[in-house]
Design a protein around this ligand. Structure first.
Ligand code: HEM
Length: 499
């Protein structure tokens, strides 16, 4: 089976993400109706009976159970921006029997980012999605203190010495991948970058053995596993006999078996690799306990999947912003020549880091198209914020997308203007106004890896090609997928003539 077919299989992942949100909402609503009475009791807006407590303003909805789900599902950012204008930074609404309270803007967001996990809890909202995919014993399946240790161990492996090797690997994979694009044409950019990033991430984050096994069958396993990250898995009960749930669970078992064999071999040999897998094999928790094979496999799967859609969506949007304005591409290309030399030799990590203007373009892409639209926590005990008390049972949310375009914080807020990041304080001062990687105890550990990977890939792509929009079409945002992908993401390219 050729690598092209393998990558097409990986590309199917993308297709599997695009389930229709409105359809799911309707299915969920049908299920919910049977529980409507109970959910009404559980999630009704509590009243401040005889106390001084004031609950956040609640957006009314005329449709029972569904609440505001249809208006929100159609255009979530518009919905939240209107809510901010009308009700202010803290606002609640109900969808499918659950109450969501959004903290809009940097000041309000501080509650979520500064909170203790016991009060605003991540496992309660994320575990049903992640545990079937990563497995038990890792991430949101364990107490947050254990997950924090796991993040620390993974971070040890995401170090500069490894990044130096990763740049070489990514450069090689990118050159190899784009051979099939030829001299010119029109292609699905998001699909290509998704296929490329699963290859680069597998080799950098999992090691050479696992990358070498990335054939058609393994690619399909990743696609099936990734098919677990859908609105369906988040909204519907896990016991439903859905084919996508069964495929996800089988893929999980089979992938774990592959990882177990590689870990076993590594444990037996005396020669040590210098990579993340080896770091996890050799390290221990604070209490001296080594990680077992199941934990290592789960952490590696989690590491790959946490970066897969986030990085491929961001890379694709970056491509469209660059294609939209030729002068940005020219500037990124000449920056490379200035830093690497006119003959453009292989990139080094230090050079990738020094590409300041490309860095600004990536930052600006993450401002306008942050892949994680909402971070969420379950309120376990009543929370005071400003004048309001948010009751237990609400799901508290912060949306980077909304914070990144607030009228009061950003100038030319909807324009792609990378130079703003050359200034010290592009977001008018507020602390949590720019949060593409989150903040606080749940902050992303993959930021430096993501920057290194995306900048290396785009540096190579700009050496190979010049890009333009197809007949001026800039993709609209597809709100039906969990991560907001570009709709119909086809780009036009032509081989760059080196002068
Ligand atoms: C452009 C790329 C990426 C973006 C925009 C992104 C964004 C985020 C955000 C917003 C969070 C916080 C979630 C929350 O607070 O609920 C997060 C957490 C996390 N990310 Fe990333 N991420 C990216 C790439 C990666 C990569 C490449 C990896 C791994 C190599 C990774 C691993 C993680 C992990 C382990 C967490 C911790 C979750 C927690 O503690 O609850 N991410 N990421």
């Amino acid at each position: 089976m050729s690598i092209v077919e393998v990558q097409q299989m990986v590309g199917n992942t993308v297709g599997q993400m695009s389930e229709s949100l409105p359809a799911l909402i309707l299915v969920t609503a049908a299920l919910s109706l049977t529980l409507a009475y109970f959910s009404k009791l559980a999630f009704r807006q509590p009243r401040s009976q005889g106390t001084d407590e004031k609950y956040p303003p609640h957006i009314p909805a005329s449709i029972p159970v569904l609440g505001n789900a249809i208006a929100f599902g159609k255009s979530p950012i518009e919905f939240l921006e209107n809510a901010y204008e009308k009700y202010g930074p803290i606002v609640s609404f109900t969808m499918v029997g659950k109450t969501f309270t959004y903290l809009l803007g940097g000041d309000a967001a501080a509650l979520l980012f500064n909170s203790k996990n016991g009060e605003l809890n991540a496992e309660d909202v994320y575990a049903r999605l992640t545990t079937p995919v990563f497995g038990k014993g890792v991430a949101y399946d364990v107490p947050n203190s254990v997950f924090l240790e796991q993040k620390k161990l993974l971070k040890m492996g995401l170090n500069i010495a490894h990044f130096k090797k990763h740049v070489e690997i990514i450069e090689e994979e990118t050159k190899e991948y784009f051979k099939r694009w030829g001299d010119s044409g029109e292609r699905d950019l998001f699909e290509a970058l998704s296929e490329l990033i699963v290859l680069t991430a597998s080799r950098c984050l999992h090691g050479p053995e696992i990358r070498s096994m990335l054939d058609e069958k393994v690619a399909q396993l990743y696609a099936d596993l990734d098919g677990g990250f859908t609105h369906a898995a988040w909204l519907l009960p896990g016991w439903l006999p859905l084919p996508s749930f069964r495929r996800r669970d089988r893929a999980h078992r089979e992938l774990k078996n592959i990882f177990y064999k590689v870990i076993e071999k590594r444990r037996q040999t005396t020669e040590k690799e210098d990579d993340i897998l080896q770091t996890l094999i050799d390290t221990t928790y604070k209490d001296g306990r080594s990680l077992n094979d199941d934990e290592i496999a789960g952490m590696l799967i989690g590491l790959l999947l946490a970066g897969q859609h986030t990085s491929s969506t961001t890379s694709a949007w970056l491509g469209f912003f660059l294609a939209q304005e030729r002068s940005l591409q020219d500037r990124c290309y000449s920056e490379q020549k200035d830093i690497c030399g006119d003959h453009l030799p292989p990139l080094s990590y230090d050079q990738v880091k020094a590409l300041t203007f490309l860095d600004c373009c990536l930052k600006e892409t993450l401002r306008l198209r942050p892949p994680i639209m909402t971070m969420m926590r379950m309120v376990r005990s009543p929370q005071k914020v400003g004048d309001y008390t948010i009751p237990a049972g609400h799901q508290v949310c912060v949306s980077p997308t909304v914070n990144h375009r607030l009228r009061d914080a950003w100038s030319s807020r909807l324009e792609f203007h990378p130079e703003r990041f050359l200034a010290d304080n592009p977001a008018a001062g507020e602390k949590f106004t720019y949060v593409p990687f989150g903040a606080g105890r749940h902050r992303c550990i993959g930021e430096n890896f993501a920057y290194m990977q995306i900048k290396t890939i785009w540096s190579m792509m700009l050496r190979l090609y010049e890009f333009e929009l197809v007949d001026g079409y800039f993709p609209s945002v597809n709100y039906t997928t969990m991560i907001h992908t570009p709709s119909n993401p086809v780009i036009r390219y032509r081989r760059r003539e080196r002068l």
